[in-house]
Design a protein around this ligand. Structure first.
Ligand SMILES: [Zn+2]
Length: 177
Protein backbone atom coordinates (compact mmCIF):
# COMPACT_ATOMS: atom_id res chain seq x y z
CA UNK A 1 0.00 0.00 0.00
CA UNK A 2 1.07 3.55 -0.56
CA UNK A 3 0.21 7.04 0.59
CA UNK A 4 -1.07 9.26 -2.21
CA UNK A 5 -0.54 13.04 -2.41
CA UNK A 6 -3.74 14.99 -1.68
CA UNK A 7 -4.50 17.93 -4.00
CA UNK A 8 -5.42 21.34 -2.56
CA UNK A 9 -7.93 23.78 -4.04
CA UNK A 10 -7.77 25.47 -6.44
CA UNK A 11 -6.94 22.60 -8.83
CA UNK A 12 -8.63 21.74 -12.15
CA UNK A 13 -9.22 18.07 -11.20
CA UNK A 14 -11.02 19.18 -8.00
CA UNK A 15 -13.34 21.35 -10.11
CA UNK A 16 -14.05 18.73 -12.78
CA UNK A 17 -17.02 16.37 -12.91
CA UNK A 18 -15.68 12.85 -12.42
CA UNK A 19 -16.54 10.17 -14.98
CA UNK A 20 -18.03 6.74 -14.30
CA UNK A 21 -15.71 3.77 -13.85
CA UNK A 22 -16.04 1.49 -16.91
CA UNK A 23 -16.84 -2.25 -16.63
CA UNK A 24 -13.31 -3.17 -17.84
CA UNK A 25 -11.73 -1.11 -15.03
CA UNK A 26 -13.03 -3.27 -12.15
CA UNK A 27 -10.73 -5.76 -10.45
CA UNK A 28 -7.44 -6.02 -8.60
CA UNK A 29 -5.98 -2.72 -9.80
CA UNK A 30 -9.08 -0.79 -8.72
CA UNK A 31 -9.04 -2.55 -5.34
CA UNK A 32 -5.38 -1.55 -4.89
CA UNK A 33 -6.29 2.09 -5.58
CA UNK A 34 -9.14 1.93 -3.02
CA UNK A 35 -6.77 0.39 -0.43
CA UNK A 36 -4.25 3.20 -1.07
CA UNK A 37 -7.00 5.81 -0.78
CA UNK A 38 -8.13 4.34 2.57
CA UNK A 39 -4.55 4.35 3.88
CA UNK A 40 -4.14 7.97 2.71
CA UNK A 41 -7.44 8.95 4.39
CA UNK A 42 -6.45 7.40 7.75
CA UNK A 43 -2.97 8.98 7.63
CA UNK A 44 -4.35 12.48 6.92
CA UNK A 45 -6.41 11.87 9.21
CA UNK A 46 -9.84 12.13 7.62
CA UNK A 47 -13.22 10.38 7.49
CA UNK A 48 -13.56 10.38 3.71
CA UNK A 49 -11.56 10.75 0.51
CA UNK A 50 -12.79 11.03 -3.08
CA UNK A 51 -10.67 10.09 -6.10
CA UNK A 52 -10.48 13.65 -7.54
CA UNK A 53 -8.65 14.62 -4.32
CA UNK A 54 -5.77 12.38 -5.38
CA UNK A 55 -5.95 13.55 -9.00
CA UNK A 56 -8.08 10.69 -10.40
CA UNK A 57 -11.23 12.07 -12.03
CA UNK A 58 -13.40 8.95 -11.67
CA UNK A 59 -16.49 8.23 -9.53
CA UNK A 60 -14.63 6.52 -6.67
CA UNK A 61 -14.57 7.27 -2.94
CA UNK A 62 -13.63 5.76 0.40
CA UNK A 63 -15.15 6.73 3.74
CA UNK A 64 -15.13 5.69 7.36
CA UNK A 65 -17.62 8.06 9.03
CA UNK A 66 -17.11 6.36 12.42
CA UNK A 67 -13.43 7.39 12.44
CA UNK A 68 -14.10 10.71 14.16
CA UNK A 69 -13.40 12.26 17.55
CA UNK A 70 -11.97 10.54 20.63
CA UNK A 71 -13.98 7.37 20.04
CA UNK A 72 -12.85 7.33 16.41
CA UNK A 73 -9.52 5.55 16.74
CA UNK A 74 -11.23 2.58 18.39
CA UNK A 75 -13.89 2.49 15.70
CA UNK A 76 -11.34 2.60 12.86
CA UNK A 77 -12.41 0.32 10.01
CA UNK A 78 -15.86 -0.55 11.43
CA UNK A 79 -17.77 1.68 8.97
CA UNK A 80 -15.13 1.67 6.22
CA UNK A 81 -16.72 1.55 2.79
CA UNK A 82 -15.32 1.52 -0.76
CA UNK A 83 -17.71 3.03 -3.32
CA UNK A 84 -17.43 2.92 -7.10
CA UNK A 85 -19.97 4.80 -9.25
CA UNK A 86 -22.04 5.89 -6.21
CA UNK A 87 -25.39 7.64 -6.71
CA UNK A 88 -27.79 9.03 -4.12
CA UNK A 89 -31.13 7.31 -4.82
CA UNK A 90 -33.04 8.73 -1.84
CA UNK A 91 -32.56 11.93 0.17
CA UNK A 92 -34.73 13.15 3.04
CA UNK A 93 -36.40 16.56 2.94
CA UNK A 94 -35.30 16.92 6.58
CA UNK A 95 -32.03 18.82 6.69
CA UNK A 96 -29.02 18.79 8.98
CA UNK A 97 -26.38 21.53 9.26
CA UNK A 98 -22.78 20.68 10.08
CA UNK A 99 -19.56 22.68 10.20
CA UNK A 100 -17.50 20.80 7.62
CA UNK A 101 -13.81 20.75 6.79
CA UNK A 102 -11.95 19.20 3.86
CA UNK A 103 -8.48 17.73 3.32
CA UNK A 104 -8.35 19.58 -0.02
CA UNK A 105 -9.38 22.95 1.43
CA UNK A 106 -7.07 23.25 4.45
CA UNK A 107 -7.75 25.91 7.10
CA UNK A 108 -11.36 26.46 6.01
CA UNK A 109 -14.53 25.40 7.78
CA UNK A 110 -17.97 25.96 6.39
CA UNK A 111 -21.53 25.30 7.58
CA UNK A 112 -23.35 23.27 4.96
CA UNK A 113 -26.98 22.16 4.95
CA UNK A 114 -27.47 18.55 3.83
CA UNK A 115 -30.17 15.89 3.87
CA UNK A 116 -30.36 14.15 7.24
CA UNK A 117 -30.95 10.72 5.69
CA UNK A 118 -29.77 9.34 2.35
CA UNK A 119 -29.61 6.04 0.51
CA UNK A 120 -26.67 5.41 -1.84
CA UNK A 121 -26.44 2.80 -4.58
CA UNK A 122 -22.87 1.90 -5.52
CA UNK A 123 -20.56 -0.83 -6.77
CA UNK A 124 -17.66 -2.50 -5.01
CA UNK A 125 -14.18 -2.96 -6.50
CA UNK A 126 -15.46 -6.27 -7.97
CA UNK A 127 -18.40 -4.55 -9.69
CA UNK A 128 -21.09 -6.02 -7.37
CA UNK A 129 -23.98 -3.65 -6.61
CA UNK A 130 -24.87 -2.52 -3.10
CA UNK A 131 -27.18 -0.09 -1.32
CA UNK A 132 -26.47 1.57 1.99
CA UNK A 133 -28.35 4.14 4.07
CA UNK A 134 -26.83 6.85 6.24
CA UNK A 135 -28.23 9.21 8.85
CA UNK A 136 -26.83 12.24 10.71
CA UNK A 137 -23.06 12.84 10.64
CA UNK A 138 -22.32 9.80 8.41
CA UNK A 139 -24.90 11.14 5.90
CA UNK A 140 -23.07 14.50 5.95
CA UNK A 141 -19.72 12.79 5.27
CA UNK A 142 -21.10 10.82 2.32
CA UNK A 143 -22.77 13.88 0.74
CA UNK A 144 -19.50 15.83 1.13
CA UNK A 145 -17.57 13.07 -0.69
CA UNK A 146 -20.22 12.78 -3.41
CA UNK A 147 -19.91 16.55 -3.95
CA UNK A 148 -16.25 15.99 -4.88
CA UNK A 149 -17.37 13.71 -7.73
CA UNK A 150 -19.37 16.65 -9.12
CA UNK A 151 -16.36 18.97 -8.90
CA UNK A 152 -17.81 20.72 -5.85
CA UNK A 153 -15.74 21.53 -2.76
CA UNK A 154 -16.47 23.53 0.40
CA UNK A 155 -15.37 26.63 -1.53
CA UNK A 156 -18.48 26.36 -3.73
CA UNK A 157 -20.57 26.21 -0.55
CA UNK A 158 -18.89 29.37 0.82
CA UNK A 159 -19.85 32.97 0.18
CA UNK A 160 -18.12 34.76 -2.70
CA UNK A 161 -16.22 36.94 -0.20
CA UNK A 162 -14.99 33.96 1.83
CA UNK A 163 -14.01 32.08 -1.34
CA UNK A 164 -12.13 35.07 -2.79
CA UNK A 165 -10.22 35.63 0.47
CA UNK A 166 -9.29 31.97 0.65
CA UNK A 167 -8.02 31.85 -2.93
CA UNK A 168 -5.99 35.06 -2.42
CA UNK A 169 -4.37 33.51 0.64
CA UNK A 170 -3.51 30.34 -1.30
CA UNK A 171 -1.99 32.44 -4.10
CA UNK A 172 0.23 34.25 -1.62
CA UNK A 173 1.37 30.95 -0.11
CA UNK A 174 2.21 29.59 -3.57
CA UNK A 175 4.23 32.74 -4.22
CA UNK A 176 6.28 32.00 -1.10
CA UNK A 177 5.23 35.18 0.73
ZN1 LIG B 1 -13.53 17.15 0.96
Amino acid sequence: MALLPILSAPHPVLSAKARKVRPDEFGAELLRLLDDMAETMYAAPGVGLAAPQIGDSRRILVADPGFEGEEGARRKGVDLVYMVNPEIIEASATKIKWEESCLSVPDLSQNVERSDKIVIRFQGADGAEHERSYEGFPAVVMQHELDHLQGVTLLEHSSLLKRTRYLQKQKKKAGGR
